[in-house]
Design a binder for this molecule. Structure first.
Ligand code: CDT
Length: 312
């Protein structure tokens, strides 16, 4: 009996700074309704789905910054999405900016939740690899202030029992790091969900700009193959407040092959029937970790952070 999860990768086109949460949530519900009509079990939305990608601006006023954060999930503004999930019997992954009182202080995380088919939260992940910078750098065409507005996620890379399999989550820049996938691979992950906002232009390294789509596929396809898992990558895409974001939303099989891919830079649903048992042959052979991994040779991975060249 195959274990099929029909997945809708719900690419979202640009969101303007003045767009209300209600307007965005209505777009997300429309995508979920399309997904339900196509028999989807699960819809995956991008990173920071509820607003424009605000780390592109330097803001000194904390009240202004906090306008982009959610103090509750669900909230009155996001409840319609949870209601639609329950009504349609479709689960979802939703990225958002989380503001929470934890251990007696206010914390801000770049977060995603996993919601099951009855509209209940069954998993949460907080972004670990925060790219960009913490101080205003006016020479840039636009800022990337994730290191200023968020703290590093404190939940690790957990894997949840959901949708009949083992489901992990990460967010945008996390997808570029092999450690992200491998920590989940070591928990027998079968499906990794990833939302992203990736500008074409990287101000400190404009020579990389022409490679944005290639690197997007490269990291997710290798993460899928090397860990024998399905990977779903979902973009917030298109020209958003003057900044061009890549699209390239796609669903990748454990073979490393892309089985479905977006063709636009706008709201677009990409659907694939994913058999979680397609992971089995790779997990039993080439990437049988228990048989082939040699962790005693990998100790530097956790002992050392930055690269140190050999002496001599
Ligand atoms: N949102 C996010 O993490 N974006 C980054 C931009 C990278 S700048 C090199 C990304 O990895 O796509």
């Amino acid at each position: 009996m195959p274990r099929i999860v029909t997945i809708g990768a719900a690419q979202v086109g640009p969101i303007a700074r003045q767009d209300s949460r209600q307007a965005v949530v209505a777009r997300l519900v429309a995508l979920m309704e399309q997904a339900a009509a196509k028999g989807c079990d699960l819809v995956v939305y991008p990173e920071l789905t509820l607003t424009t990608f605000f780390p592109r601006w330097f803001m000194a006023d904390q009240d202004e910054i906090d306008q982009f954060f959610e103090r509750a999930m669900p909230s009155p503004a996001t409840q319609p999405l949870f209601d639609a999930s329950k009504r349609l019997g479709v689960g979802f992954y939703l990225g958002y900016a989380e503001l929470i009182e934890e251990a007696g202080r206010t914390c801000r995380f770049n977060t995603t939740v996993l919601v099951d088919k009855s509209g209940g939260i069954v998993g949460k992940y907080r972004k670990v690899h925060l790219p960009g910078h913490a101080e205003h750098e006016p020479w840039r065409a636009f800022q990337h202030l994730e290191k200023r507005y968020f703290e590093i996620g404190n939940l690790g890379f957990g894997v949840n029992r959901a949708f009949g399999g083992n489901v992990g989550m990460c967010i945008c820049n996390d997808r570029r790091w092999p450690e992200t996938y491998r920590v989940m691979g070591l928990q027998d992950v079968e499906l990794v969900l990833i939302g992203y906002n990736t500008p074409y232009h990287n101000p400190p390294a404009p020579e990389h700009d022409r490679l944005g789509d290639f690197h997007n596929r490269l990291v997710m396809q290798s993460g899928a193959y090397q860990n024998a898992t399905w990977v779903v990558g979902v973009a917030k895409a298109g020209r958003e407040e003057g900044c061009d974001l890549i699209g390239g939303t796609c669903i990748i099989a454990p073979t490393g092959e892309i089985v479905a891919e977006a063709r636009s830079l706008d709201d677009e649903l990409v659907v694939a029937r994913c058999d979680l048992d397609d992971c089995v042959s790779y997990k039993r052979t080439t990437f049988n970790f228990g048989l082939h991994r040699q962790p005693q040779a990998y100790s530097l991975i956790v002992e050392r952070k930055g690269a140190v060249a050999p002496k001599g």
